[in-house]
Design a protein around this ligand. Structure first.
Ligand code: GLU
Length: 296
């Protein structure tokens, strides 16, 4: 049984790119006769709110993307993430780190593909604790982690060389996306992940965590990034493309038609409901391009 998920971060109104990912995640699950889960990724409690979570539920319903169950929001799951961290720590796979962002961001430090500095290993071998609160990092192996993405093909990364030991829990006690998403996808039996191409570089870290925590790897489909006619990525800050504005401008079927055409599922931009797309859907029909233009 295919189990997909919507995993929005309720820190703002959803925009066109989020809806594109939701539509394809929903079609991927529904066309396979599967289920789709909704999970609020609200680890950043300062920026996330229940109001945004409600707007997201409303926007999904408006488009016609019903979900089979909502699983607990991430801000309520610290104990579960702590248990996962403890199990890694007991096996000697983590270490406390006192480095500040400033120390790690020094000029000329090599940076990973998603922009964070590659951890130079400063605290990995410390025998004496330093004063102050520590973050917890995972020791990563000098090994290529590879997977075949359903849209992008083979993707590989050597975690030691291209990422470095990464943070699982920040010094302020907040758990990090990579750990939370791995535990949640694993515990809720997610078998299919469809999300934006900007997250593909996180996948090797999640695959490595799945291996350590004993979860099977889902299938991955990293979707093209939507751009404007100028080829520029649509910005989250562009209020004209958030769901508040889009709902005033389009009917649900018109917006779905636009997204389905951008995905490569239809030959013409025509109003259509998500349900009508189910029989047309197969991952083979979704474009493997890195970006697609989706708005005039
Ligand atoms: N919560 C993430 C976001 O809104 C998505 C994470 C994921 O799909 O793995 O960008």
């Amino acid at each position: 049984m295919v189990v997909g998920r919507f995993a929005p971060t309720p820190s703002g109104r959803m925009h066109l790119g989020n809806m594109f990912a939701f539509l394809l995640a929903w079609l991927g699950a529904k066309a396979a006769g599967g289920r789709i889960l909704l999970r609020m990724e609200d680890l950043d409690t300062l920026r996330c709110s229940e109001e945004y979570a409600d707007l997201i539920r409303g926007d999904l319903e408006w488009l016609g993307l019903e979900w089979d169950a909502e699983t607990p929001k991430q801000s309520s799951r610290s104990e579960v993430y702590q248990a996962a961290l403890d199990s890694l720590t007991e096996r000697g796979l983590t270490f406390p780190c006192w480095c500040t962002r400033g120390e790690l961001n020094i000029v000329n430090a090599p940076h990973a593909s998603d922009g964070h500095p590659i951890y130079p290993g400063t605290c990995r071998g410390l025998t004496e604790p330093r004063p102050g609160k520590a973050a917890y990092r995972l020791k990563v192996p000098d090994e290529e982690i590879s997977f075949v993405d359903g849209l992008c093909g083979e993707y590989r990364e050597n975690l030691a060389r291209e990422c470095g030991d990464f943070v699982l829990k920040r010094a302020d006690g907040v758990f990090v996306y990579q750990l939370a998403v791995t535990v949640d996808d694993g515990e809720t039996g997610v078998t299919q992940v469809a999300r934006g191409r900007d997250l593909i570089s996180s996948t090797p870290r999640q695959l490595y965590l799945q291996r350590l925590l004993g979860y099977p790897a889902p299938e991955y489909y990293h979707l093209p990034i939507l751009t404007g006619a100028d080829g520029e990525k649509l910005s989250k800050r562009d209020r004209a493309l958030d769901m508040g504005a889009l709902r005033r401008r389009y009917s649900p079927e018109e917006l779905t038609g636009r997204l389905a055409f951008a995905a490569g599922l239809t030959d013409r931009e025509e109003a259509v409901s998500p349900r009508e797309l189910i029989p047309l859907f197969s991952w083979d029909r979704v474009t493997g391009r890195e970006t697609v233009e989706c708005i005039e």
